[in-house]
Design a protein around this ligand. Structure first.
Ligand SMILES: [Zn+2]
Length: 573
């Protein structure tokens, strides 16, 4: 017995000394546990020697965490936690690395993100020629007739920022319809084959809330379709098969594990919900999903919830999502004043609120049915109208723990900022958008309006609940990149080394809270996750460096060493 114990200690000692990286010392600790008499059942997984930031204000830091099944058994010192091990416990020595509650992403298009991973990548195509070359290479690998979608291009990257036209890609995509989207999803470029498949011609009228961009001389569609006009193309794209959806979801789950996302608050079309359900029922979900289905069909979710309840810790209903306007990048975000670089327009209201007021009625009905309403609003006018709707509905429906959410809350009137806290409206924002749009936003909305753009600091200072996420596929899924963006506000072009609108920067801890405890609150799950506390779900991430201590510029270099969901390792180094 003593010999075995010495051997165990020796192994651990060697492990501690020989590597700078955290290491796994599984199944060698049983003898240590023999030294302690314990009555609590043993832990399945133990993390020791960490710098554990718990998010729990009563016990902000710890060395070790133990879990059993899906839940946390103990948070405390190495000694406290070692008492809970037996011969079956898996022990991970964190070697001083930082552990945090698993990241909760406040806004994903998760399965769509998987499709984008598997499709052509145009995000960093720096010129139209590069854009065309990538489509050409991708098309060459596809069977005739197969659609090319995704892409995530960004015309603001190339000199002059001109929108492209279908002629650029038609020559090498005669038999593959193409409908590749701008990275914000608010416009796409279709080729002639796709326009043909969708029946879009010179005669086709602009649908409500959308624009078919036309050649000024011939009135021929150029291939660029904005906001509501994209629906014309979407209808022509064949639905993916169940197998294709599953492939995409598998790719998404791998990406979430890679970047430390353990929960998502998803924007979920109904067919995606079915996929989550398939994965949940077969035990293949490795990320927790709060599925927010379209608000226009709130009744469908209300009926489902009445029949089967809201779900469980893996797949949960209860939230809805609608749109008020478009995006800044597509000059379709709804503002009070026109765009500086497109003075003929101040954006547009989209289908969910046409005729105006329709959205308020849906919010009112859905809220009465006990569902949580989240609405996309980018422009200052879109946000203002939405805050008015929320205020009126709360008054008309009476007091309730409703946690209304504005998704993006990007450009706010200064006078609207304090209304978030006052009305209890959650600001659900995506900091990576700030360092992306920050490259060109000023030419579009001018010096005054950018002061209250991505107003993280002002929102927190006025007491608002601020939650963070990615909007993936629109931006990269990585919370590390989001934290880096919120803390530094360094734009992607490197032109704002001290931060773009630097007075709106926030601290690392504030950004981490927006990705953890506040995120949990935003989906009514603060009792179950968001901090590392006994009884909560064992969702943990371990990082390659201590983002609380590192130079802010280096936060983006941080990698995720371990991602743990419900006490299971879904990613190891
Ligand atoms: Zn989105």
């Amino acid at each position: 017995m003593i010999v075995r114990r010495l051997l165990c200690l020796a192994l651990i000692f060697i492990g501690f000394e020989n590597s700078k990286q955290p290491d796994i010392i599984a199944f060698v600790s049983g003898m240590i546990a023999d030294d302690f008499s314990h009555t609590t059942p043993a832990a399945d997984l133990v993390l020791i020697n960490g710098r554990v930031w718990t998010g729990n204000k009563a016990q902000p830091w710890a060395e070790a965490v133990a879990s059993r099944g899906e839940r946390i058994l103990a948070v405390g010192s190495n000694d406290d936690v070692k008492k809970l091990t037996d011969s079956k416990t898996r022990i991970i020595d964190l070697r001083g690395k930082l552990a945090l509650p698993g990241f909760i992403d406040d806004h994903t298009h998760f399965i769509e993100g998987g499709f984008h991973l598997l499709s052509v990548d145009l995000r960093d195509a720096a010129t139209p020629e590069e854009f065309a070359r990538r489509i050409k290479d991708h098309a060459a690998k596809l069977p005739s007739g197969r659609w090319i979608t995704g892409g995530d291009w960004d015309h603001e990257r190339w000199p002059g920022g001109q929108l492209l036209a279908k002629e650029l890609i038609d020559p090498f995509t005669p038999n593959n319809p193409v409908a590749v989207n701008r990275l914000d999803g608010h416009m796409c470029l279709a080729n002639s084959a796709a326009l043909r498949a969708a029946g879009i011609t010179r005669e086709t009228k602009d649908p409500p809330g959308g624009t078919i961009v036309r050649d000024p001389k011939t009135a021929e569609p150029t291939g660029i379709l904005k906001d509501g006009a994209q629906a014309l193309i979407d209808r022509a794209i064949p639905e993916p098969t169940e197998g294709e959806v599953d492939e995409a979801l598998k790719a998404s789950l791998a990406e979430a594990a890679r970047v430390g996302v353990t929960s998502i608050q998803d924007i979920t079309p109904w067919h995606d919900y079915q996929a989550y359900k398939r994965f949940r029922d077969s035990g293949r979900l490795t990320v927790r999903v709060y599925a927010r289905t379209p608000m226009s069909q709130w009744k469908r979710q209300a009926d489902l919830v009445a029949g089967q309840g809201r779900g469980d810790d893996w797949l949960k209903l209860g939230g809805l999502k609608a749109f008020m306007d478009g995006s800044l990048g597509s000059t379709t975000a709804l503002f009070f004043e026109p765009f500086n670089d497109a003075p003929s327009t101040s954006g547009l209201m989209v289908a969910d609120n046409i005729p105006e007021g329709k959205l308020k009625q849906n919010i009112k009905d859905a809220d009465k049915a006990g569902l949580q309403c989240s609405v996309h609003a980018i422009g200052d006018r879109a946000n203002n109208i939405l805050l008015n709707y929320f205020e009126e509905v709360a008054k008309e429906n009476g007091p309730r723990d409703r946690r209304f959410r504005i998704e993006h809350a990007q450009h706010l009137l200064a006078s609207d900022i304090p209304r978030f806290a006052r009305l209890g409206v959650i600001a659900s924002m995506q900091p990576y958008h700030a360092i992306d749009d920050g490259r060109w936003a000023e030419k579009r909305i001018g010096q005054t309006r950018i002061k209250t753009t991505y107003a993280f600091r002002s929102l927190l200072d006025t007491g608002a609940i601020l939650v963070f996420g990615s909007d993936w596929y629109v931006a990269p899924l990585s919370p590390i990149l989001g934290i880096h963006a919120a803390v530094t506000r360094e734009t992607l072009d490197g032109k704002n080394p001290r931060g773009w609108v630097p007075e709106q920067k926030i601290t690392v801890e504030e950004a981490v809270r927006a990705y953890t405890s506040s995120g949990a609150y935003a989906e009514f799950a603060e009792k179950d996750k968001g901090t590392l506390e006994v009884g909560k779900l064992a969702d943990v991430v371990v990082l390659s460096q201590d983002i609380f201590r590192t130079n802010p510029d280096d936060i983006q270099k941080t990698t995720v060493l371990f991602t743990i969901v419900g006490g299971h390792l879904v990613k190891e180094k």
